[in-house]
Design a protein around this ligand. Structure first.
Ligand SMILES: [Zn+2]
Ligand SMILES: [Zn+2]
Length: 319
């Protein structure tokens, strides 16, 4: 083989590398490692099927399904932005709901178990023994508030670190927000959140499990925030993230405010809270310049093909 052919082969390989984003493969590898730890540990205990079904009961609880349906009805009666029921944004996010039910719920369950196994196995020193004497009525709210703080930090990292933003951008790319947008997330977007949120739970409640009803309640509040309604929650909106508050985080030109997941306290402390006023016009959402392919683009592919394109997008080099 001549020197010219070798150089040609090397330049083709270099061009291929330039077309991919290695950091995203790193996140995928870390996720696979955590899932592998969870699966081997649960198989060893003979509890894999039981834990997966308990995870499904928590994350697809009838209460959550009823909330999504009721919110969908409210969106038709009092929409922040009026649009057809079968708007492309709604259909695309319905595809993400299906992916969530089939693949993301088991993934979340395994991430939670894997993160606890890894952190608990290698960093037992984070456990705070003195909190074990606290009564449950005190320990539970403190743990949930700390867990919400860890989720805020993971969300902040999603916006500050480019390799995490590449996964989070898909969630922000929705130009037609609805309750279904809560499920529009890249499956690999959840890894950092589960790793960070496991730390306060292991530190404060290493031996006592959190009641599944509380986890379902937490997920319900987090799901409501994408609803296409103008609800500010009145005075409660100064404590909990409301749809109007979270909509400001989805502004097309600035996503630096209102990063709260359930509580607004972390935004207030970080100087990043912007409270909506009653009667404010619903602002434009999505991402300026459409860095992620979106269904609202005239040239967009059919929903399922576009879904594949959107999921692959973080693995490509930035355009
Ligand atoms: Zn965000
Ligand atoms: Zn959101």
């Amino acid at each position: 083989m001549s020197v010219t052919q070798l150089q040609h082969g090397a330049s083709i390989r270099a061009a291929r590398w330039r077309r991919i984003n290695p950091a995203s493969f790193g996140v995928a590898g870390l996720t696979a490692l955590i899932v592998w730890v969870a699966v081997t540990s649960l198989l060893g205990q003979g509890r894999l099927a039981a834990v997966l079904s308990a995870g499904r009961a928590e994350l697809a609880a009838p209460l959550l399904i009823a909330l999504v349906v009721a919110t969908g009805i409210c969106e038709r009666i009092w929409p922040a932005e009026r649009r057809p029921l079968l708007a492309r944004g709604h259909l695309q996010d319905a595809c993400y709901l299906a992916v969530h039910a089939i693949a993301v719920i088991p993934l979340m369950t395994l991430l939670s178990v894997g993160a606890a196994t890894l952190i608990g196995g290698h960093a037992r020193w984070i456990e705070l023994p003195w909190t074990q004497r606290w009564p449950l009525w005190l320990l539970l709210p403190v743990t949930i508030v700390a867990m919400d703080g860890a989720n805020w930090l993971a969300h902040y990292a999603d916006h500050r670190l480019d390799f995490l933003w590449r996964f989070h951008a898909l969630h922000h790319s929705q130009e037609e927000l609805s309750v279904l947008t809560s499920f529009r997330a890249h499956p690999l977007m959840h890894t950092t959140g589960f790793l960070l949120a496991t730390i306060p739970v292991l530190a404060l409640m290493p031996t006592r499990p959190i009641d599944p009803v509380l986890i379902t309640g937490y997920v319900c509040i987090g799901t409501l925030q994408h609803a296409n309604v103008r609800w500010t929650f009145g005075p409660l909106g100064k404590v909990l993230v409301s749809p109007a508050y979270h909509r400001l985080h989805h502004a097309a030109d600035d996503q630096g405010v209102n990063l709260g997941v359930v509580l607004v306290i972390w935004d207030i402390l970080a100087g990043r809270a912007r409270f909506p006023a009653r009667g404010d016009a619903a602002g434009r959402t999505g991402l300026d310049g459409r860095p992620v392919p979106v269904e609202q683009d005239q040239r967009a592919r059919p929903a399922v093909l576009l879904l594949g394109e959107q999921l692959i997008e973080p693995f490509r080099a930035a355009r």
